[in-house]
Design a protein around this ligand. Structure first.
Ligand SMILES: Nc1ncnc2c1ncn2[C@@H]1O[C@H](COP(=O)(O)OP(=O)(O)OP(=O)(O)O)[C@@H](O)[C@H]1O
Length: 237
């Protein structure tokens, strides 16, 4: 049974008809790369339930989730724009992952503290988002995703604004959390280097389709398809 399985999933934005087929094993880390407008964010949004397909099936751990709202899917997601509330402390921002109205029950506070410690933010709970660095804000967003205890973690370019060294550190953190918690991770990145560094396999999207999926070392090995060579030339220049 796959952690994620999309079969003939179609979706349309104006002129672009997308059609996705993809299978991801439990515990895997999959990088999703491809040109701007290829459908990378749309693919994650379909899995998370922020968009509904025209047709096809989306199975998560064997269960067809089409029609289920995002909150009822075994999924948690982190975005590039971390969506932290400026007026709330880091602790409260993370606690929103447990209860959006911040009515915490016994033990919830300890869960928030544990998640903050897991992402390297022990002791940062009482600061406001503006009082921490960009990398630390993304760690907080990751902690908020983790407290939801979902087996599938989707990352839509969450580290795009960080420099290369920090991005590698964040990918290492994600992979450590993946192993410790047995998560399946799908991450979108514009940096092929992120895929090389942090993914077991790479999915290359082009014009609304998954054009190639391969183990990372195989994906980057020669010979490459014309489309992949063009993409890598375009972005590595
Ligand atoms: N809300 C929307 N309304 C109309 N068209 C949209 C909308 N969101 C995305 N699109 C279009 O759908 C296509 C796929 O967009 P998507 O954001 O999934 O691509 P992407 O690969 O994530 O791109 P990028 O790398 O630039 O973020 C693009 O052609 C885009 O213009």
């Amino acid at each position: 049974m796959f952690a994620v399985e999309l079969s003939a999933v179609t979706f349309r934005y104006e002129a672009l008809l997308m059609r996705f087929d993809l299978a991801v094993e439990a515990g895997e880390s999959l990088a999703i790369i491809g040109p701007s407008g290829a459908g990378k964010s749309t693919l994650l949004n379909l899995i998370a339930g922020f968009e509904a397909p025209l047709s096809g099936s989306i199975r998560l751990s064997g269960v067809d989730v089409v029609g289920l709202p995002p909150a009822r899917r075994p999924v948690t997601m982190v975005f590039q724009d971390h969506n932290l509330f400026a007026h709330l402390s880091i602790f409260d921002n993370v606690a929103l992952g447990i209860d959006p109205s911040l009515r915490l029950k016994n033990g919830d506070g300890a869960r928030v503290d544990a998640a903050l410690a897991e992402v390297g933010l022990a002791g940062f709970g009482q600061r406001k988002p503006e009082q921490v660095s960009g990398g630390e804000r993304q760690r907080a967003a990751l902690a908020r995703a983790l407290v939801r205890n979902r087996p599938l973690l989707l990352l839509d370019e969450p580290f795009a604004a960080l420099g290369p060294k920090l991005r590698r550190e964040m990918l290492d953190l994600v992979n450590a959390l993946r192993r410790a918690r047995g998560l399946t991770v799908l991450f979108v990145s514009h940096q092929p280097e992120d895929a090389r560094h942090g993914a077991d396999r790479v999915a290359f999207l082009q014009a609304g389709e998954v054009q190639r999926v391969a183990p990372t070392s195989e994906f980057f090995a020669e010979p490459r398809s014309a489309e992949i060579a063009a993409y890598l030339g375009e972005t590595e220049g």
